[in-house]
Write a protein that binds this ligand. Sequence first.
Ligand code: G3H
Ligand code: 13P
Ligand code: NA
Ligand code: ZN
Length: 328
Amino acid sequence: ALVPLRILLDHAAERGYGIPAFNVNNLEQVQAVMSAADEVGAPVILQASAGARKYAGETFIRHLIQAATEAWPHIPMVMHQDHGTSPAVCAGAMALGFGSVMMDGSLRDDGKTPSSFEYNVQVTREVVQTAHAQGVSVEGELGCLGSLETGQAGEEDGIGAEGVLDHSQMLTDPEEAARFVAATGVDALAIAIGTSHGAYKFSRKPTGDILAIDRVRAIHARIPDTHLVMHGSSSVPQELLALINQYGGQMKETYGVPVEEIQQAIRYGVRKINVDTDIRLAMTAAVRQFQAQNPDKFDMREWMKPARAAAQAICRQRYLEFGCEGQG
Ligand code: G3H
Ligand code: 13P
Ligand code: NA
Ligand code: ZN
């Protein structure tokens, strides 16, 4: 059944676990996430980006998620809009039946230019007012995602600041976070702690303190009642990169966010962890492997099946690692 984000995150906070929020774009991804949740008894956050709505079409995104609630009626799930770039985009999502929206006011409505604190407060507050009036939860974002290593947002054609950011922009300030939450009333706050979107997060193998975990702790201490959100939280499994490259891919050396660091962040109040890239990698690796090993096959169901299974496996793993087992 569809529930507001707030309900799931309150439960996660009470019990001290985190919920992966998986980006979905098509039938197979929705099935993969739901099947994985069903296997382990996890609650579900399905999120659709503007890119997903464009790819599948708003009607299909809405009905895919509706279909998931019918096929798995016992699983509590949230239909969340990822990275709304303006109040108008968020209003559109609410009209489509999303029970949760992200107003990403950390960037201007081009999705690229870092905004001012005042702009961010203004657009986010506006969304909270309309959303809360209809029982919809709101996620805001303060600070710009970016690799502390390179100062780059990471995503070339999606959501992400253009150019090189300075260090302070990439770490959310606890005092500012407190002012932001007081001024907007958001249910959840995405914070910048050194992650970035996409596959190319870190060029060297992380040594254990790649994220600003102290920052998570300080922010949580300052706003204990606000659920924290981590974007850019794919772990970029090395075995998936190896498979992709073994079967004709050409991905460069890269590293993601270590699961142990996410687990630490969960201890300090992170309740929603956004994962998209890991599912992309898992599906691409499976398709490449299948195609290379079965060059005579052409029935799309035959290669979609292992891709869906690979996505399900990575989702199941994250549910277990973030503590979701039996919480749904
Ligand atoms: O925010 C980034 C998510 O990974 C969504 O990516 O805009 O390519 O769908 P997308
Ligand atoms: P990844 O690119 O690390 O999977 O992050 C996804 C995300 O933050 C979606 O909002
Ligand atoms: Na989001
Ligand atoms: Zn994101």
